[in-house]
Design a protein around this ligand. Structure first.
Ligand code: ATP
Length: 305
């Protein structure tokens, strides 16, 4: 009988391993649809970041040769600043995130991190400096602790219990953990504890905090959290992004109104740029989007009352 079970057990293991791998890919590659192999140049050095300045210089890009998506796009994210990318669906916001993570190379122009062209350095060193907080995170079918420590340090799982707890505290996951009898050893995911969208996001924030990257890429999901959860998460993200260079891709303008610089994109170009106040005074695309969203939100509030 054992002989029969051993292969079955093995099969189960293979299944779990592959499944886990897929969840991992889904999370890390949510920004991307079809990964394309980008290769390190022979002998490429590691990225060295002293001042986490991110600059796009005249970047041209298309997923397909006959359809250009970004047109000579330039912007800078100064060290420690929060720079938002907003604009209509399909404008190219997530594409910028994918290029910064170097899932693709631009066909023209350059992307620099602290003055180094990201296509000249190793991808591993580039990605080690950038934390992604997707706003609808996928968790592994494993323990809460594993989900926070996963991938840190790069290639290992060597975070100490104290480090995990500190990250959980900063991401406001600790109150949840303290309610659970098994604490960080609680199984989450399909067969374990089901976490809400907001809780999953907090776990993703804790994972990013443990990685402690100088550059953050926040990718807001289109699906809305309820407004109280959203406010809580925003407050947490604000703490997390302090002292880090943050690029925030947003659909709801209320979430990025206090960004240092807001870049408004339309059809692969930055058409307006400035603070929330500057852009309202300009009375262009941003002001139009802002007024429309304010009206929609007040209608939703009225409908809910
Ligand atoms: P949204 O607000 O809807 O998320 P976005 O501004 O983030 O939109 P992108 O996802 O950057 O827009 O997409 C920009 C354009 O690139 C779109 O027209 C989209 O159809 C196209 N595009 C995105 N991913 C791919 C891909 N893998 N292959 C081909 N075209 C793609």
């Amino acid at each position: 009988l054992l002989q029969l079970f051993r292969p079955l057990d093995m099969l189960g293991w293979v299944y779990r391993t592959i499944r886990q791998g897929l969840i991992d890919m889904a999370d890390m590659f949510r920004l991307i649809d079809t990964p394309v192999e980008v290769e390190d140049k022979p002998g490429a050095p590691a990225l060295v970041v002293r001042r986490p300045v991110v600059a796009f210089e005249d970047v041209d890009f298309g997923y397909e040769a006959d359809r250009q998506i970004l047109h000579k796009l330039s912007f800078e994210a100064p060290a420690g600043a929060t720079v938002a990318l907003v604009g209509p669906s399909g404008a190219g916001k997530s594409t910028i995130g994918r290029l910064l993570f170097r899932f693709y190379d631009p066909s023209g122009g350059r992307i620099l991190v602290d003055g180094q062209d990201i296509s000249d350095v190793t991808q591993a060193s580039l990605r080690a400096h950038i934390g992604i907080v997707p706003q609808d995170s996928v968790l592994f079918n494993d323990t809460l602790g594993y989900n926070i420590a996963y991938g840190w340090p790069a290639g290992g799982d060597g975070a100490s219990a104290e480090q995990i707890e500190a990250a959980a505290r900063d991401a406001a996951v600790l109150p949840l953990v303290e309610l659970l009898p098994a604490g960080f050893n609680t199984e989450v995911g399909e067969r374990g504890l089901k976490l809400s969208g907001g809780e999953k996001q907090r776990v993703a924030i804790a994972r990013t905090l443990l990685k402690d990257p100088p550059i953050l890429l926040l990718d807001e999901a289109t699906s809305a959290l309820d407004s109280r959860t959203e406010q809580d998460i925003l407050a947490t993200l604000k703490r997390v992004s302090a002292n880090r260079t943050t690029i925030a891709i947003a659909h709801r303008l209320s979430t990025i109104a206090d960004a240092d610089i807001i870049n408004v994109m339309d059809a692969g170009r930055i058409v307006e740029s400035g603070s929330h106040g500057d852009l309202l005074r300009r009375d262009g695309l941003y002001a139009e989007m802002w007024n429309r969203q304010q009206n929609e939100e007040s209608e939703e509030r009225e409908a809910a009352e």
